[in-house]
Design a protein around this ligand. Structure first.
Ligand SMILES: Cc1cc2nc3c(=O)[nH]c(=O)nc-3n(C[C@H](O)[C@H](O)[C@H](O)COP(=O)(O)O)c2cc1C
Length: 219
């Protein structure tokens, strides 16, 4: 039995009266999880909608609490780390992490960055040791898969594409995913939302197909 951690991050919902207002990335990720559960009905899904329930930003006190050894933490410091502890526990349970994300200002939404800031934490998800030389950070977890399902208004963010250098979404998530113990990273994109033409429809259809194929491959 595997555990899937499904995180949605768009500010948009999927139950709007006008369908065009619905989040594309959330709809695609729901398709992934629904299909996954059809093929793996014993599996557990942990779900969070970070877009509708954003994690708190970290603060100076939060950083101080993180760098205080466990046994020396005050009750207030422990309380400040409760959300981080819970979110990290969800990552620890997960074999597969599905993150749906809109592209906002060429990168991830602030709510997703806030989640990573809560989760990528010294002595919890990574250790730091200068004996490792120029790369002192090492993840504590291993063997996870992460599937990033994204939607953008523009297009051409892939390697060799016309906006490759403007893409700070997939590459950023992939870099950070290492510190969650992710060893295999997949990205499925829907593009052209702002053009609302046949290219968008094709890109969306291709993303649904890519999800079907990936679910079959991983199931
Ligand atoms: C605040 C905001 C910023 C955006 N920035 C970009 C951007 O930098 N590049 C892009 O291609 N699309 C951008 N878009 C378009 C969204 O990526 C597109 O609408 C996407 O479908 C949103 O995801 P969702 O449908 O899951 O909500 C932006 C949209 C919003 C609302």
């Amino acid at each position: 039995m595997a555990t899937v951690l499904h995180l949605d991050t768009s500010a948009r919902r999927t139950d709007n009266k006008v369908q065009d207002y619905n989040s594309i990335s959330k709809s695609l990720a729901a398709h992934f999880t629904d299909n996954w559960l059809t093929l793996n009905d014993e599996d557990k899904v942990i779900y969070r909608d970070l877009g509708l329930n954003p994690p708190e930003f970290i603060s100076q006190d939060w950083i101080a609490a993180v760098f205080t050894p466990d046994e020396k933490r005050s009750e207030a410091q422990k309380a400040l780390l409760t959300l981080s502890d819970t979110l990290i526990d969800e990552v620890a349970q997960a074999d597969i992490i599905v993150i749906s994300s809109p592209m906002y200002n060429y990168g991830m939404p602030a709510v997703l960055k806030a989640w990573f800031d809560q989760v990528v934490r010294i002595n919890k998800t990574f250790t730091f040791d200068l004996a490792r030389g120029d790369f002192p950070l090492a993840p504590t977890m291993a063997g996870k898969k992460l599937i990033l399902i994204s939607s953008s208004g523009e297009f051409g963010f892939e390697a060799g594409g016309i906006r490759e250098k403007m893409n700070h979404l997939g590459p950023h998530v992939e870099t950070l995913s290492k510190y969650l113990g992710v060893e295999t990273f997949y990205e499925i994109k829907s593009e052209y939302q702002e053009f609302a033409d046949e290219r968008h429809q094709k890109s969306l259809n291709d993303a649904y197909q890519a999800i079907d194929d990936l679910v079959k491959r991983l199931a």
